[in-house]
Write a protein that binds this ligand. Sequence first.
Ligand SMILES: NC(=O)c1ccc[n+]([C@@H]2O[C@H](COP(=O)([O-])OP(=O)(O)OC[C@H]3O[C@@H](n4cnc5c(N)ncnc54)[C@H](OP(=O)(O)O)[C@@H]3O)[C@@H](O)[C@H]2O)c1
Length: 339
Amino acid sequence: MRRMKKIITALLVFLLLFCLAACANMKNQQASQESAVDLRTGETKDRPNGIGSEKEKGDGNMNVGTFDFEKKSVLLNSGYEMPIMGLGTYSLSHDTCVNSVKSLLKNGGRLIDTAYMYGNEDAVGEGVRQAMKEFGIPREEIFVITKIYPSQFHDPEAAIDMALEKLDIGYIDMMLLHHPGTGDVKAYLAMEEYVRQGKIRSLGLSNWYVEELTAFLPQVNIVPALVQNEIHPYYQEQDVVPFIQKKGIVVQCWYPLGGRGHTAALLNDGTIAEIAKAHGVSAAQVILRWDLQRGIVVVPGSSNLRHIKENLDLFGFALTEAEMQSIRELDRNEKHDWY
Ligand SMILES: NC(=O)c1ccc[n+]([C@@H]2O[C@H](COP(=O)([O-])OP(=O)(O)OC[C@H]3O[C@@H](n4cnc5c(N)ncnc54)[C@H](OP(=O)(O)O)[C@@H]3O)[C@@H](O)[C@H]2O)c1
């Protein structure tokens, strides 16, 4: 009888231990699904970097990379939301840049693109700070992208610290490597460290195409959230764009209107002008809307208040499939810059 009791007690202890182990295992699995991070493949997940508050991140109802035309934003693979249209600041000198940034923010735009190479990070920062104060815009609503240049890759920490200091807006929403170059992986890994510290929120690349991405991605830990490349109706990157998007990486275009010196050709293009007339909008709006419908984020450059307002007004009309197709047919592989 006593022996029987011993066996039953041993069995009960064994069962208890088994249940405890199973529970712990389930909990671990759940936790790893919640933080759900395959940073290498960029598969959809909620909170890859674990930086920042929940409120500032996606609301959980959006899919990574899919544009929300109601909210005018996209959820990045970093967990943060980014506006899908904004302002490019290339070639805007100090005061012009401050005024353009403020005009954008005053009129509802929230995305600004700058770079070390544009020499205006301090002006962008000043415009952002002034707008926050004068128009009562919370910092969390504003999304600033900057870039470090290959000439800075040998000492990326110094480059990032300098950008943080010049912008002086607390943290950098997104930092890109401006071009591929010697030391780019090392520079990216340094940016990853700043993500861990909460000083940069999302990472990306600029002027990276299929070959460059294929070689680069296996060498880093955090999948870029964005790739910014030259894209306009005469240079559409029809193969590169889906290649990037399929990886859960958002595409953003530079020179959306062809770039300074080339805008007249695009804005007066017969096909685009005809579509613009049909919708009662400008040629620039047609081109920018065409980008958005391809899932491409736009940062047109402008120092003209009327243009800045016009470039934000992209949601009162939609291009038909046939119109998208006729712009697609304008592609002539005509690059407007060397990189
Ligand atoms: N990653 C890279 O390597 C790279 C390279 C180049 C550029 N970028 C980024 O991409 C941004 C956009 O490129 P971008 O500024 O060089 O060229 P863009 O946006 O193609 O064209 C800017 C030109 O378009 C005019 N414009 C803007 N809105 C207009 C409108 N609604 N109607 C008529 N004209 C209009 C501007 O004149 P007004 O000033 O008179 O409006 C300016 O002359 C840059 O500012 C920069 O942030 C990145």
